[in-house]
Design a protein around this ligand. Structure first.
Ligand code: FAD
Length: 199
């Protein structure tokens, strides 16, 4: 079976869904989002967002109170293990679990409310650029006029990237009794940085 869409977006993370919501706002009706996972889904991320991002998300209709987002009180900056600065945090928000699950799920629910079609649990098997067609894991064929890859740095779309730069990010969860604070550590690796945040 072959279906045709004006815009097909791969990936239902914040990039893919904000693209879909924007296009919908500007009158594009025939949009399909294809997502390999099923929501709510976990991803490696602390979920912090800045005031600027919060305002942008809210302009799309996202309700951050539904994801239990608040400011984290203290913000400490360390350099080579020595505390350098404490900032009264006025711009970084996250939820009580310090993860991205609730925020991305709210995005998903908002897109559903706005009648954006999302195919979940479906992967792309192959892609024919000349024919503008995608072949999906459920045997469907999707023809598109425009295609947006929003499937992350390691997604299907990454094969079309010319200059691949890969970084490493590690996330570790451990017991900690410092409540309600963020620590940013510079100088612990040659080019990277680290941070610690508490539940
Ligand atoms: C350890 C860590 C901590 C971070 N902390 C923060 C933070 O505090 N604040 C912040 O703003 N950012 C943080 N980030 C970065 C942030 O998570 C990402 O930049 C952002 O969420 C990416 O959103 P996205 O929509 O581009 O991609 P994603 O949210 O990754 O969405 C891509 C979607 O595409 C789907 N997908 C992938 N391949 C396919 C395929 N072949 N077919 C169909 N679907 C596919 C995936 O399942 C996924 O749902 C952190 C990242 C890491 C690794």
């Amino acid at each position: 079976m072959k279906k045709e869409y004006q815009v097909v977006i791969i990936g239902a993370g914040p990039s893919g869904l904000s693209a879909a919501l924007h296009l919908k706002k500007y009158g594009v009706k025939n949009i399909l989002v294809i997502e390999k996972d099923i929501f709510p889904r976990y991803k490696c991320c602390a979920g912090y967002i800045t005031t600027k991002t919060r305002k942008f998300y809210e302009s799309l209709g996202l309700k951050l109170e539904n994801c239990h987002y608040t400011l984290i009180k203290d913000f400490h900056i360390f350099y080579e293990y020595k505390k350098r600065q404490t900032i009264d945090n006025k711009f970084l928000y996250t939820n009580r679990k310090i993860d991205r699950v609730e925020l991305d799920y709210e995005f998903y629910k908002l897109a559903r409310e706005k009648n954006i079609e999302i195919l979940e649990g479906i992967k792309i098997r192959s892609h024919n650029i000349e024919k503008s067609e995608l072949y999906l894991s459920n045997s469907e064929i999707i023809a598109y006029q425009n295609l947006i890859f929003a499937d992350g740095t390691l997604g299907y779309g990454s094969r079309y990237q010319k200059n691949k730069k890969r970084n490493i990010a590690l996330q570790l969860t451990f017991p900690n009794d410092h409540l309600d604070e963020i620590q940013i550590h510079f100088g612990i690796t040659r080019k990277g940085y680290g941070w610690v945040s508490s539940y």
